[in-house]
Design a protein around this ligand. Structure first.
Ligand SMILES: *[C@@H]1O[C@H](CO)[C@@H](O)[C@H](O)[C@H]1NC(C)=O
Length: 470
Protein backbone atom coordinates (compact mmCIF):
# COMPACT_ATOMS: atom_id res chain seq x y z
CA UNK A 1 0.00 0.00 0.00
CA UNK A 2 2.12 2.88 -1.25
CA UNK A 3 1.73 6.47 -0.25
CA UNK A 4 0.51 7.22 -3.73
CA UNK A 5 -2.13 4.55 -3.61
CA UNK A 6 -3.28 5.87 -0.28
CA UNK A 7 -3.60 9.37 -1.68
CA UNK A 8 -5.58 8.05 -4.61
CA UNK A 9 -7.73 6.11 -2.25
CA UNK A 10 -8.57 9.11 -0.13
CA UNK A 11 -9.36 11.24 -3.17
CA UNK A 12 -11.62 8.46 -4.36
CA UNK A 13 -13.37 8.29 -0.99
CA UNK A 14 -14.00 12.01 -1.04
CA UNK A 15 -15.53 11.73 -4.50
CA UNK A 16 -17.63 8.81 -3.35
CA UNK A 17 -18.75 10.75 -0.31
CA UNK A 18 -19.68 13.77 -2.41
CA UNK A 19 -21.74 11.68 -4.81
CA UNK A 20 -23.61 10.09 -1.93
CA UNK A 21 -24.44 13.50 -0.49
CA UNK A 22 -25.58 14.62 -3.93
CA UNK A 23 -27.80 11.61 -4.37
CA UNK A 24 -29.35 12.18 -0.97
CA UNK A 25 -30.15 15.74 -1.92
CA UNK A 26 -31.78 14.69 -5.15
CA UNK A 27 -33.88 11.98 -3.62
CA UNK A 28 -37.48 12.27 -4.68
CA UNK A 29 -39.62 14.17 -2.25
CA UNK A 30 -43.32 13.71 -1.94
CA UNK A 31 -45.45 16.48 -0.52
CA UNK A 32 -49.06 16.77 0.51
CA UNK A 33 -51.21 17.48 3.46
CA UNK A 34 -49.55 14.82 5.58
CA UNK A 35 -46.13 16.41 5.20
CA UNK A 36 -47.21 19.97 5.94
CA UNK A 37 -45.21 21.73 8.64
CA UNK A 38 -47.88 22.77 11.14
CA UNK A 39 -48.10 23.66 14.77
CA UNK A 40 -51.64 22.56 15.51
CA UNK A 41 -53.26 23.32 18.85
CA UNK A 42 -56.63 21.87 19.84
CA UNK A 43 -58.50 23.84 22.49
CA UNK A 44 -61.37 21.71 23.78
CA UNK A 45 -64.23 22.57 26.05
CA UNK A 46 -64.26 20.45 29.23
CA UNK A 47 -67.00 22.37 31.06
CA UNK A 48 -69.89 20.69 32.93
CA UNK A 49 -72.33 21.13 30.08
CA UNK A 50 -70.34 18.76 27.88
CA UNK A 51 -70.58 15.62 30.01
CA UNK A 52 -68.26 12.62 30.08
CA UNK A 53 -69.70 10.78 27.12
CA UNK A 54 -69.71 13.77 24.77
CA UNK A 55 -66.24 14.64 25.93
CA UNK A 56 -65.13 11.17 24.81
CA UNK A 57 -66.74 11.77 21.42
CA UNK A 58 -64.92 15.08 21.12
CA UNK A 59 -61.63 13.32 21.82
CA UNK A 60 -62.38 10.68 19.19
CA UNK A 61 -63.18 13.41 16.70
CA UNK A 62 -59.83 15.06 17.36
CA UNK A 63 -58.14 11.72 16.85
CA UNK A 64 -59.97 11.27 13.56
CA UNK A 65 -58.98 14.63 12.13
CA UNK A 66 -55.40 14.22 13.34
CA UNK A 67 -54.82 10.89 11.60
CA UNK A 68 -54.24 12.52 8.21
CA UNK A 69 -51.07 14.25 9.40
CA UNK A 70 -47.59 12.90 9.73
CA UNK A 71 -46.92 13.64 13.39
CA UNK A 72 -43.23 14.36 13.86
CA UNK A 73 -40.79 17.13 14.53
CA UNK A 74 -40.41 17.54 10.74
CA UNK A 75 -44.07 17.86 9.91
CA UNK A 76 -47.11 18.41 12.11
CA UNK A 77 -46.85 18.85 15.86
CA UNK A 78 -49.96 18.77 17.98
CA UNK A 79 -50.84 20.18 21.40
CA UNK A 80 -54.11 19.76 23.28
CA UNK A 81 -55.55 22.18 25.83
CA UNK A 82 -58.66 21.31 27.81
CA UNK A 83 -60.41 24.19 29.46
CA UNK A 84 -63.22 25.08 31.82
CA UNK A 85 -62.57 27.85 34.39
CA UNK A 86 -58.89 27.54 33.67
CA UNK A 87 -57.03 25.98 30.79
CA UNK A 88 -55.06 22.78 31.36
CA UNK A 89 -52.26 21.81 29.02
CA UNK A 90 -52.97 18.14 28.38
CA UNK A 91 -50.41 17.57 25.65
CA UNK A 92 -47.54 19.99 25.08
CA UNK A 93 -46.58 20.86 21.52
CA UNK A 94 -44.27 18.27 20.00
CA UNK A 95 -44.34 15.96 23.01
CA UNK A 96 -45.35 12.96 20.94
CA UNK A 97 -43.55 11.81 17.83
CA UNK A 98 -45.72 9.55 15.77
CA UNK A 99 -49.46 9.46 15.41
CA UNK A 100 -50.00 6.27 17.43
CA UNK A 101 -48.41 7.74 20.52
CA UNK A 102 -50.36 10.97 20.11
CA UNK A 103 -53.67 9.13 19.74
CA UNK A 104 -52.99 7.21 22.93
CA UNK A 105 -52.28 10.44 24.76
CA UNK A 106 -55.47 12.12 23.50
CA UNK A 107 -57.49 9.08 24.48
CA UNK A 108 -56.21 9.22 28.05
CA UNK A 109 -57.20 12.87 28.67
CA UNK A 110 -59.62 12.97 31.59
CA UNK A 111 -62.62 15.24 31.70
CA UNK A 112 -62.26 18.42 33.74
CA UNK A 113 -65.72 19.90 34.45
CA UNK A 114 -66.39 23.50 35.48
CA UNK A 115 -67.35 26.78 33.84
CA UNK A 116 -66.60 27.94 30.32
CA UNK A 117 -63.83 30.49 29.97
CA UNK A 118 -63.00 30.23 26.30
CA UNK A 119 -61.21 33.56 25.99
CA UNK A 120 -58.80 32.64 28.73
CA UNK A 121 -58.03 29.32 27.03
CA UNK A 122 -57.29 30.99 23.70
CA UNK A 123 -55.01 33.49 25.41
CA UNK A 124 -53.22 30.61 27.13
CA UNK A 125 -52.71 28.90 23.76
CA UNK A 126 -51.23 32.05 22.23
CA UNK A 127 -49.02 33.04 25.14
CA UNK A 128 -47.83 29.66 26.33
CA UNK A 129 -48.41 26.90 23.81
CA UNK A 130 -47.71 28.35 20.37
CA UNK A 131 -44.96 30.42 21.99
CA UNK A 132 -43.31 27.24 23.28
CA UNK A 133 -42.72 25.82 19.79
CA UNK A 134 -39.09 24.85 19.34
CA UNK A 135 -39.24 25.15 15.60
CA UNK A 136 -39.40 28.94 15.25
CA UNK A 137 -39.55 30.11 11.64
CA UNK A 138 -39.52 26.58 10.27
CA UNK A 139 -43.22 26.29 11.08
CA UNK A 140 -45.32 27.16 8.04
CA UNK A 141 -48.76 27.21 9.65
CA UNK A 142 -49.89 27.93 13.17
CA UNK A 143 -53.43 26.64 13.54
CA UNK A 144 -55.79 26.56 16.53
CA UNK A 145 -59.01 24.58 16.55
CA UNK A 146 -61.42 25.66 19.31
CA UNK A 147 -64.16 23.10 20.04
CA UNK A 148 -66.85 24.51 22.32
CA UNK A 149 -70.44 23.74 23.26
CA UNK A 150 -71.42 26.70 25.34
CA UNK A 151 -71.47 30.42 25.58
CA UNK A 152 -68.22 31.66 27.01
CA UNK A 153 -68.35 33.33 30.41
CA UNK A 154 -65.48 35.57 29.54
CA UNK A 155 -64.59 37.77 26.60
CA UNK A 156 -63.26 35.97 23.53
CA UNK A 157 -62.64 38.95 21.28
CA UNK A 158 -59.32 40.21 22.66
CA UNK A 159 -57.74 36.78 22.84
CA UNK A 160 -58.83 35.92 19.32
CA UNK A 161 -57.53 39.21 17.99
CA UNK A 162 -54.23 38.55 19.68
CA UNK A 163 -54.08 35.13 17.99
CA UNK A 164 -54.63 36.66 14.57
CA UNK A 165 -52.06 39.35 15.29
CA UNK A 166 -49.57 36.53 15.82
CA UNK A 167 -50.61 34.92 12.51
CA UNK A 168 -52.36 32.04 14.18
CA UNK A 169 -55.32 30.79 12.17
CA UNK A 170 -58.26 30.02 14.42
CA UNK A 171 -61.06 27.61 13.54
CA UNK A 172 -64.16 27.68 15.75
CA UNK A 173 -66.15 24.47 15.99
CA UNK A 174 -69.48 24.99 17.71
CA UNK A 175 -71.37 21.99 19.01
CA UNK A 176 -74.98 22.10 20.19
CA UNK A 177 -77.71 24.67 20.41
CA UNK A 178 -76.37 26.68 23.33
CA UNK A 179 -73.61 28.28 21.37
CA UNK A 180 -74.09 31.72 19.85
CA UNK A 181 -73.06 32.17 16.25
CA UNK A 182 -71.71 35.66 16.88
CA UNK A 183 -69.29 34.24 19.44
CA UNK A 184 -68.01 31.61 17.03
CA UNK A 185 -67.55 34.31 14.41
CA UNK A 186 -65.52 36.48 16.75
CA UNK A 187 -63.34 33.53 17.75
CA UNK A 188 -62.58 32.41 14.20
CA UNK A 189 -60.69 33.93 11.31
CA UNK A 190 -62.52 35.52 8.40
CA UNK A 191 -64.34 34.50 6.30
CA UNK A 192 -66.52 32.68 8.79
CA UNK A 193 -67.85 30.46 6.01
CA UNK A 194 -64.39 28.89 6.02
CA UNK A 195 -63.35 29.09 9.65
CA UNK A 196 -66.57 28.43 11.56
CA UNK A 197 -67.93 24.90 11.66
CA UNK A 198 -71.06 23.79 13.36
CA UNK A 199 -72.50 20.48 14.55
CA UNK A 200 -75.94 20.08 16.10
CA UNK A 201 -74.59 17.90 18.87
CA UNK A 202 -71.66 15.64 19.62
CA UNK A 203 -73.36 12.61 18.09
CA UNK A 204 -73.36 14.35 14.70
CA UNK A 205 -69.89 15.88 14.94
CA UNK A 206 -68.60 13.12 12.67
CA UNK A 207 -70.51 14.77 9.82
CA UNK A 208 -68.21 17.77 9.84
CA UNK A 209 -65.12 15.60 9.93
CA UNK A 210 -64.47 15.55 6.16
CA UNK A 211 -65.03 19.24 6.01
CA UNK A 212 -62.66 19.86 8.95
CA UNK A 213 -60.01 17.60 7.43
CA UNK A 214 -60.25 19.35 4.09
CA UNK A 215 -60.08 22.78 5.70
CA UNK A 216 -57.05 21.85 7.79
CA UNK A 217 -55.43 20.53 4.63
CA UNK A 218 -56.24 23.64 2.68
CA UNK A 219 -54.74 25.69 5.43
CA UNK A 220 -51.62 23.56 5.26
CA UNK A 221 -51.01 23.34 1.53
CA UNK A 222 -52.84 26.31 0.00
CA UNK A 223 -51.31 29.45 1.35
CA UNK A 224 -52.12 31.73 -1.57
CA UNK A 225 -55.38 33.48 -2.15
CA UNK A 226 -56.94 34.35 -5.47
CA UNK A 227 -59.36 37.26 -5.48
CA UNK A 228 -62.62 35.95 -6.96
CA UNK A 229 -65.61 38.28 -7.10
CA UNK A 230 -65.93 39.67 -3.60
CA UNK A 231 -64.17 36.86 -1.79
CA UNK A 232 -60.67 35.52 -1.57
CA UNK A 233 -60.34 31.89 -2.51
CA UNK A 234 -57.47 29.71 -1.53
CA UNK A 235 -55.77 28.28 -4.52
CA UNK A 236 -53.12 28.53 -7.20
CA UNK A 237 -53.33 31.14 -9.94
CA UNK A 238 -51.35 29.30 -12.58
CA UNK A 239 -51.58 32.12 -15.16
CA UNK A 240 -49.26 34.03 -12.85
CA UNK A 241 -47.39 31.16 -11.18
CA UNK A 242 -46.52 29.47 -14.46
CA UNK A 243 -45.49 32.84 -15.99
CA UNK A 244 -48.02 32.51 -18.80
CA UNK A 245 -48.78 36.21 -18.56
CA UNK A 246 -45.15 37.13 -19.08
CA UNK A 247 -44.16 34.49 -21.63
CA UNK A 248 -47.20 34.37 -23.94
CA UNK A 249 -48.76 36.99 -26.19
CA UNK A 250 -51.66 38.99 -24.81
CA UNK A 251 -54.86 38.70 -26.84
CA UNK A 252 -58.52 39.68 -26.33
CA UNK A 253 -60.42 37.14 -24.24
CA UNK A 254 -63.89 35.67 -24.47
CA UNK A 255 -65.50 38.91 -23.30
CA UNK A 256 -64.43 42.52 -23.66
CA UNK A 257 -63.56 42.48 -19.98
CA UNK A 258 -61.33 39.40 -20.30
CA UNK A 259 -57.74 39.06 -21.37
CA UNK A 260 -56.23 35.87 -22.70
CA UNK A 261 -52.77 34.69 -23.73
CA UNK A 262 -51.73 32.90 -26.88
CA UNK A 263 -48.95 30.35 -26.59
CA UNK A 264 -46.66 30.03 -29.60
CA UNK A 265 -45.06 26.72 -30.55
CA UNK A 266 -41.82 28.17 -29.16
CA UNK A 267 -43.34 29.21 -25.82
CA UNK A 268 -42.20 26.87 -23.09
CA UNK A 269 -44.42 26.95 -20.02
CA UNK A 270 -42.41 24.90 -17.55
CA UNK A 271 -41.66 25.61 -13.90
CA UNK A 272 -40.24 23.63 -11.02
CA UNK A 273 -43.10 22.02 -9.13
CA UNK A 274 -41.47 23.08 -5.89
CA UNK A 275 -42.09 26.71 -6.87
CA UNK A 276 -45.71 26.12 -7.84
CA UNK A 277 -46.92 23.55 -5.32
CA UNK A 278 -44.32 23.70 -2.54
CA UNK A 279 -46.53 21.68 -0.19
CA UNK A 280 -48.02 19.42 -2.85
CA UNK A 281 -51.68 19.28 -3.83
CA UNK A 282 -54.63 19.27 -1.43
CA UNK A 283 -56.75 16.09 -1.31
CA UNK A 284 -59.65 17.94 -2.91
CA UNK A 285 -59.44 20.70 -5.44
CA UNK A 286 -61.00 22.17 -8.55
CA UNK A 287 -58.98 22.55 -11.72
CA UNK A 288 -60.47 25.19 -14.03
CA UNK A 289 -59.29 26.31 -17.42
CA UNK A 290 -60.89 28.55 -20.00
CA UNK A 291 -59.22 28.05 -23.34
CA UNK A 292 -59.58 28.22 -27.09
CA UNK A 293 -58.18 25.67 -29.51
CA UNK A 294 -57.83 27.51 -32.77
CA UNK A 295 -56.21 25.85 -35.75
CA UNK A 296 -55.30 22.87 -33.63
CA UNK A 297 -55.82 19.48 -35.15
CA UNK A 298 -58.52 17.51 -33.41
CA UNK A 299 -56.24 14.46 -33.79
CA UNK A 300 -53.84 15.91 -31.27
CA UNK A 301 -53.53 14.54 -27.76
CA UNK A 302 -51.97 16.86 -25.23
CA UNK A 303 -51.60 17.60 -21.55
CA UNK A 304 -53.26 20.90 -20.83
CA UNK A 305 -51.61 20.78 -17.42
CA UNK A 306 -49.27 18.24 -15.92
CA UNK A 307 -47.09 17.71 -12.90
CA UNK A 308 -44.15 15.38 -13.54
CA UNK A 309 -41.78 13.69 -11.15
CA UNK A 310 -38.06 13.96 -11.74
CA UNK A 311 -38.13 10.83 -13.88
CA UNK A 312 -41.15 12.16 -15.81
CA UNK A 313 -43.81 10.03 -14.15
CA UNK A 314 -47.14 11.84 -14.14
CA UNK A 315 -48.24 13.04 -10.71
CA UNK A 316 -51.27 14.94 -11.95
CA UNK A 317 -52.50 15.82 -15.42
CA UNK A 318 -55.50 16.94 -17.44
CA UNK A 319 -55.20 15.56 -20.95
CA UNK A 320 -57.32 16.41 -23.98
CA UNK A 321 -57.63 13.90 -26.76
CA UNK A 322 -59.44 14.94 -29.92
CA UNK A 323 -58.99 11.54 -31.48
CA UNK A 324 -60.65 9.61 -28.65
CA UNK A 325 -62.95 12.51 -27.78
CA UNK A 326 -61.96 12.33 -24.16
CA UNK A 327 -60.71 14.45 -21.31
CA UNK A 328 -58.51 12.43 -18.98
CA UNK A 329 -57.52 13.19 -15.43
CA UNK A 330 -54.40 11.37 -14.24
CA UNK A 331 -53.37 11.20 -10.61
CA UNK A 332 -51.18 9.10 -8.31
CA UNK A 333 -52.20 5.77 -6.85
CA UNK A 334 -51.09 3.93 -3.75
CA UNK A 335 -51.18 0.60 -5.57
CA UNK A 336 -50.10 1.41 -9.14
CA UNK A 337 -47.80 3.82 -10.89
CA UNK A 338 -50.71 6.10 -11.75
CA UNK A 339 -54.48 6.03 -12.24
CA UNK A 340 -56.59 7.58 -14.94
CA UNK A 341 -60.15 8.83 -14.99
CA UNK A 342 -61.29 9.06 -18.61
CA UNK A 343 -64.24 11.35 -19.28
CA UNK A 344 -65.88 10.28 -22.46
CA UNK A 345 -67.24 13.51 -23.70
CA UNK A 346 -68.70 12.09 -26.90
CA UNK A 347 -70.13 14.81 -29.11
CA UNK A 348 -69.18 17.43 -26.56
CA UNK A 349 -65.48 17.16 -27.24
CA UNK A 350 -66.14 18.11 -30.84
CA UNK A 351 -67.16 21.50 -29.52
CA UNK A 352 -63.79 21.80 -27.78
CA UNK A 353 -62.10 21.93 -31.17
CA UNK A 354 -64.61 24.32 -32.77
CA UNK A 355 -62.34 27.35 -32.43
CA UNK A 356 -64.50 28.94 -29.71
CA UNK A 357 -63.87 29.57 -26.04
CA UNK A 358 -64.61 26.70 -23.69
CA UNK A 359 -64.21 25.92 -20.04
CA UNK A 360 -62.93 22.64 -18.68
CA UNK A 361 -63.41 21.95 -15.02
CA UNK A 362 -62.21 18.92 -13.09
CA UNK A 363 -63.51 18.57 -9.56
CA UNK A 364 -61.26 16.25 -7.57
CA UNK A 365 -62.59 14.96 -4.30
CA UNK A 366 -61.78 12.19 -1.90
CA UNK A 367 -62.15 9.03 -4.02
CA UNK A 368 -64.07 10.63 -6.86
CA UNK A 369 -63.55 13.01 -9.73
CA UNK A 370 -66.08 14.88 -11.86
CA UNK A 371 -65.46 16.41 -15.25
CA UNK A 372 -67.33 19.43 -16.62
CA UNK A 373 -67.32 21.06 -20.00
CA UNK A 374 -68.86 24.53 -20.23
CA UNK A 375 -70.61 23.96 -16.91
CA UNK A 376 -72.22 20.73 -18.03
CA UNK A 377 -71.29 17.67 -16.11
CA UNK A 378 -69.67 15.08 -18.34
CA UNK A 379 -69.19 12.25 -15.89
CA UNK A 380 -68.35 11.35 -12.34
CA UNK A 381 -65.77 8.61 -11.81
CA UNK A 382 -64.34 6.81 -8.82
CA UNK A 383 -60.75 7.14 -7.70
CA UNK A 384 -58.59 4.72 -5.76
CA UNK A 385 -56.59 6.13 -2.85
CA UNK A 386 -53.98 8.63 -4.03
CA UNK A 387 -50.49 9.39 -2.78
CA UNK A 388 -48.87 12.76 -2.17
CA UNK A 389 -47.17 14.04 -5.33
CA UNK A 390 -43.44 14.30 -6.00
CA UNK A 391 -42.54 17.95 -5.93
CA UNK A 392 -38.98 17.86 -7.25
CA UNK A 393 -39.93 17.54 -10.92
CA UNK A 394 -41.56 20.01 -13.28
CA UNK A 395 -45.03 21.40 -13.84
CA UNK A 396 -45.94 22.16 -17.45
CA UNK A 397 -48.75 23.63 -19.51
CA UNK A 398 -49.99 22.56 -22.94
CA UNK A 399 -47.46 19.90 -23.90
CA UNK A 400 -47.92 16.99 -26.26
CA UNK A 401 -48.22 13.72 -24.41
CA UNK A 402 -44.82 12.31 -23.57
CA UNK A 403 -42.86 15.16 -25.18
CA UNK A 404 -41.74 18.69 -24.44
CA UNK A 405 -43.43 20.06 -27.58
CA UNK A 406 -45.75 22.97 -26.85
CA UNK A 407 -49.27 22.92 -28.28
CA UNK A 408 -50.11 26.54 -29.14
CA UNK A 409 -53.40 27.01 -27.29
CA UNK A 410 -54.98 30.25 -26.17
CA UNK A 411 -55.58 30.40 -22.45
CA UNK A 412 -57.72 32.78 -20.49
CA UNK A 413 -57.89 31.01 -17.16
CA UNK A 414 -55.83 28.34 -15.48
CA UNK A 415 -56.45 27.90 -11.81
CA UNK A 416 -56.62 25.37 -9.07
CA UNK A 417 -58.99 26.14 -6.23
CA UNK A 418 -58.47 24.28 -3.02
CA UNK A 419 -62.07 24.46 -1.85
CA UNK A 420 -64.11 21.89 -3.78
CA UNK A 421 -67.21 24.01 -3.20
CA UNK A 422 -65.71 26.62 -5.46
CA UNK A 423 -66.80 24.30 -8.25
CA UNK A 424 -70.40 25.33 -7.67
CA UNK A 425 -69.55 29.01 -7.71
CA UNK A 426 -67.16 28.85 -10.64
CA UNK A 427 -69.58 28.92 -13.56
CA UNK A 428 -68.61 29.27 -17.18
CA UNK A 429 -70.54 32.52 -17.55
CA UNK A 430 -67.47 34.25 -18.96
CA UNK A 431 -67.91 32.29 -22.16
CA UNK A 432 -71.65 32.72 -22.51
CA UNK A 433 -73.24 35.44 -24.48
CA UNK A 434 -75.44 37.79 -22.49
CA UNK A 435 -78.48 36.21 -24.09
CA UNK A 436 -77.59 32.73 -22.98
CA UNK A 437 -76.90 33.81 -19.44
CA UNK A 438 -80.33 35.40 -19.24
CA UNK A 439 -81.93 32.29 -20.60
CA UNK A 440 -79.90 30.20 -18.25
CA UNK A 441 -80.84 32.20 -15.21
CA UNK A 442 -84.47 31.61 -15.92
CA UNK A 443 -83.65 27.95 -16.25
CA UNK A 444 -85.26 27.48 -19.63
CA UNK A 445 -84.97 23.82 -20.40
CA UNK A 446 -84.88 24.22 -24.17
CA UNK A 447 -81.20 25.02 -24.18
CA UNK A 448 -79.88 22.12 -22.23
CA UNK A 449 -80.07 19.35 -24.76
CA UNK A 450 -78.38 21.14 -27.61
CA UNK A 451 -74.76 20.43 -28.21
CA UNK A 452 -72.51 23.44 -27.97
CA UNK A 453 -75.06 25.58 -26.24
CA UNK A 454 -74.35 26.12 -22.61
CA UNK A 455 -76.98 24.95 -20.21
CA UNK A 456 -78.50 27.04 -17.47
CA UNK A 457 -76.37 27.96 -14.55
CA UNK A 458 -77.28 25.40 -11.96
CA UNK A 459 -75.63 24.42 -8.76
CA UNK A 460 -73.99 21.05 -8.57
CA UNK A 461 -76.51 19.65 -6.14
CA UNK A 462 -79.42 20.53 -8.39
CA UNK A 463 -77.63 19.08 -11.34
CA UNK A 464 -77.29 15.77 -9.59
CA UNK A 465 -80.84 15.55 -8.43
CA UNK A 466 -82.37 16.34 -11.80
CA UNK A 467 -80.01 14.22 -13.76
CA UNK A 468 -81.17 15.78 -17.01
CA UNK A 469 -78.05 17.85 -17.48
CA UNK A 470 -75.75 14.89 -17.61
C1 LIG B 1 -64.05 8.45 13.92
O1 LIG B 1 -63.78 7.59 12.83
C2 LIG B 1 -64.40 6.34 12.90
C3 LIG B 1 -63.89 5.50 11.76
O2 LIG B 1 -64.05 6.16 10.54
C4 LIG B 1 -65.91 6.53 12.87
O3 LIG B 1 -66.57 5.28 12.93
C5 LIG B 1 -66.32 7.38 14.05
O4 LIG B 1 -67.70 7.64 13.98
C6 LIG B 1 -65.55 8.67 14.05
N1 LIG B 1 -65.87 9.40 15.28
C7 LIG B 1 -65.98 10.71 15.37
C8 LIG B 1 -66.46 11.22 16.66
O5 LIG B 1 -65.71 11.46 14.47
Amino acid sequence: FSYRAMLLWSVWSVILLLTTVDAAEEEDVRAGCSTAVNDLVYIIDGSWSVGVSDFDTAKQWLINITSQFDISSHYTQVAVIQYSDTPRLEIPLGKHQGVAELIKAIRSISYLGGNTQTGRAIKFAVDHVFASSQRGNLVKNRIAVVVTDGKSQDDVVDASMEARAQSITVFAVGVGTEITTSELISIANKPSSTYVLYAEDYTTIDRIRDSMEQKLCEESVCPTRIPVASRDEKGFELMVGMNIQTKAKKIPGSLVSETAYALAASTDITENTREIFPEGLPPSYVFVSTLRLKGISSKLSFDLWRVLSKDKAIQAAVTLSGKDKTVTFTTTSTTEKEQKAVFKTGFQVGTLYDGKWHQIKVLVRHRQVTGFLDDQRIQELMLKPVEPIYINGETQVSKRRGTDITVPVEIQKLRLYCDPHQSERETACEIYSFFNVLQGDRGEPGLTGEPGLPGPKVRLGEQQSHGRFE
